[in-house]
Design a protein around this ligand. Structure first.
Ligand SMILES: [Zn+2]
Length: 430
């Protein structure tokens, strides 16, 4: 049995790992894409695969799902196994990325029909149930990362392999956390392939962070300012809504962007690992006001309020139209809600105090803060999970080289598992 890493090895993006069995069957864990300055980057060498026996999709983020339509375009068939929520959300994200790629003249390498085909080839699985497919059996376990997200346990040719996908090992306002499910201890796991996004970082206590965030908004409102919350549409937007639902700020809360469609989809699709659905539904349908047109946006921006909108790194979506009206008043505040990649408007704003509005470099006068409500486990979270599972072999992937190195150094010193930090193209016999 072999593993080949087609992407997300010593990098974040284009997750895709192939599992080749001795009987010739081939399976993939995720088929993601990566956004780079030159356009979209797909996993390496996957299109050389002639026949495929199945794809396990861990969750909807495009760096895990974005390459699926490309397979359809090449007529490479095989069932795609995912949870219902993952597929429902992937469909929205795939359509949106197709639209954006077309607008930016990046060739998406597939067409809209291929996205429909992804849906047709998909088979839904429930969490915590064994399924048999060809000569393997598999189970999806909660990953705690975003709605629908799963770790995937596969049993094949007498071995147990766990692919974590993206995991969060701490409860958030929206998700129950991933943990070492008792099923993982019934028989020793041979191989864990784990994400390492925050392999070199410890994240702040989430409850403390929540309190700070709420207090900061209240302070701004009290001093007569407005708050702009740029957010990621999936996961973070819903968590913000739940946090705000428990408070009375004395000003209206407005929301605009793709978070609308996604929140609706999360509420419509059942998942036992999504928390606070009632609170989310109440705030979504009764407490916030939706903005659907630039005219209405201009009107509400004349008054004091809390504005939640996409995108999280201020690279697209309506957020810059809001900033255009809010940046010049020192009483106003922008609260960035997660990691900001290099060369994004969010990163410029946070570190250098400027951003580009309508192409003009604008040094803002409003306040800027950052709250890292990450959907990922930090290094201690990953370590605890690995210690609890105690597998024979560990592959560290989905992280920058420094994060991977940090995890590998720790495991080489402290635990008995054999560990590996693959590069793109690496093949291992397991
Ligand atoms: Zn993810």
């Amino acid at each position: 049995m072999e593993l080949e890493f087609h992407g997300a090895a010593q990098e974040v993006g284009r997750s895709c790992i192939e599992l080749r069995l001795d009987d010739g069957d081939r399976f993939l864990f995720d088929v993601g894409i990566k956004f780079s300055e030159g356009g979209l980057v797909f996993p390496e060498k996957v299109l050389e695969i002639k026949e495929l026996d199945g794809v396990f999709l861990s969750h909807a983020h495009l760096d895990h799902s974005g390459g699926l339509p490309l397979f359809e375009n090449k007529d490479l068939k095989g069932p795609i196994f995912s949870t219902k929520q993952t597929l429902a959300i992937s469909r929205i994200l795939l359509k949106d990325s197709y639209k954006i790629a077309r607008i930016r003249n990046l060739h998406p390498a597939y067409d809209l029909d291929d996205i429909k085909e992804v849906y047709r080839d998909s088979l839904f699985v429930e969490f915590d149930q064994w399924y048999v497919h060809r000569n393997i059996r598999f189970m999806f376990l909660n990953a705690g990362h975003i709605p629908g997200s799963a770790m995937i346990l596969v049993e094949a040719e007498g071995k147990r392999i766990l692919y974590t996908g993206d995991i969060n090992t701490r409860d958030s306002q929206l998700m129950y956390s991933a943990h070492a499910n008792p099923i993982l201890k019934e028989k020793r796991v041979d191989v864990v392939i784990t994400e390492s996004t925050y392999g070199d970082k410890e994240l702040p206590d989430r409850e403390e962070l929540r309190k700070k965030f709420i207090q900061s908004i209240k302070k701004t409102i009290k001093q007569g300012g407005s708050v702009l919350i740029p957010t990621f549409a999936l996961g973070r937007a819903q968590e913000i809504l739940i946090m705000l639902s428990e408070e009375d700020f004395g000003v209206p809360i407005f929301m605009e962007g793709m978070c609308n469609t996604i929140t609706r989809k999360i509420l419509q699709t059942p998942s036992k690992y999504v928390k606070n659905k009632k609170k989310l539904s109440d705030v979504f349908y009764h407490k916030i006001q939706w903005i659907g047109s630039p005219r209405r946006r201009n009107k509400i921006l004349k008054k004091q309020g809390i504005f939640i909108t996409t995108s999280g790194m201020m690279q697209g979506g309506p957020v810059l139209s809001y900033l255009k009206e809010l940046w010049h008043n020192p009483k106003n505040k922008v609260t960035l809600m997660g990691f900001q990649c290099k060369n994004t408007n969010g990163r410029h704003l946070l570190e250098e105090g400027f951003t580009y509005i309508d192409g003009w470099k604008t040094t803002v006068k409003c306040q800027v803060e950052k709250y890292d409500f990450s959907g990922h486990a930090d290094s201690q979270g990953i370590k605890n999970l690995l210690l609890a599972i105690n597998p024979k072999k560990i592959f560290f992937q989905h992280g920058d080289p420094i994060a991977i190195k940090n995890m590998k150094d720790w495991s080489d010193k402290g635990i008995t598992s054999k560990t590996f930090s693959p590069a793109v193209g690496s093949v291992y016999k397991i």
